[in-house]
Design a protein around this ligand. Structure first.
Ligand code: ZN
Length: 200
């Protein structure tokens, strides 16, 4: 399986990082070694002094498809949950400055905590929020996205064949911030806790 991530998919988050609003979805990938199941600890990497949480809705692909039309795209989603796209912001800033790829800042071990999945229902609204040590630090909803689920799947599948079990991290709303050892992150989707990880 592969993990496809979308960057800058919420206007307020693009703004907080000083990035322009993109014309097309910004894509990058993570390997399966980035995944961290809910309940597992996140070990803060020693190569970064500024790892940020990015809470994101995550879609699981239920059947293979390529060049999927928007009108059929939602039928390719089997399940949904909340995940975190951990980002070594200091490393990413250096890479961006040099015009180099982001992988070492984005795709390292444990950089993709993933919550417990629930079945996807196209007509459902998916509200989510992230607690850090009990305080709400991020909240979002698909209506705040620049590119919606169908547009993302259509665009992504024009470049990468989607296969059963692939995951799409759909971008983060405003409110990203650093984590440190001892922090507890809890993710909620439509009021239900689906994700828990402690930083060690
Ligand atoms: Zn992200």
């Amino acid at each position: 399986m592969k993990i496809i991530c979308v960057g800058r998919n919420y206007a307020e988050h693009a703004k907080e990082l000083g990035n322009a609003i993109p014309e097309n979805p910004v894509l990058f990938l993570k390997p399966d070694t980035a995944l961290l199941k809910s309940g597992e600890a996140f070990y803060h990497p020693d190569f970064s002094q500024d790892v940020h949480h990015e809470a994101e809705l995550v879609l699981k692909i239920g059947k293979m498809g390529k060049r999927i039309q928007e009108k059929f795209a939602l039928g390719y989603i089997s399940e949904i949950t909340l995940g975190i796209d951990f980002t070594a912001r200091d490393i990413q800033a250096e890479q961006k400055k040099k015009g180099l790829p982001w992988e070492i800042a984005k795709a390292f071990d444990g950089s993709a905590p993933i919550g417990d999945f629930i079945p996807f229902a196209p007509e459902t609204d998916y509200n989510f929020f992230l607690l850090k040590n009990g305080d709400t630090v991020q909240e979002g909803n698909p209506s705040m996205m620049l590119f919606n689920f169908a547009q993302l799947i259509s665009y992504i599948s024009g470049y990468f064949t989607l296969k059963t079990g692939d995951l799409i991290y759909t971008g983060t709303p405003a409110g990203v911030g650093p984590v440190k050892m001892g922090d507890v992150l809890e993710g909620f989707l439509n009021g239900k806790k689906v994700l828990h990880t402690e930083v060690k």
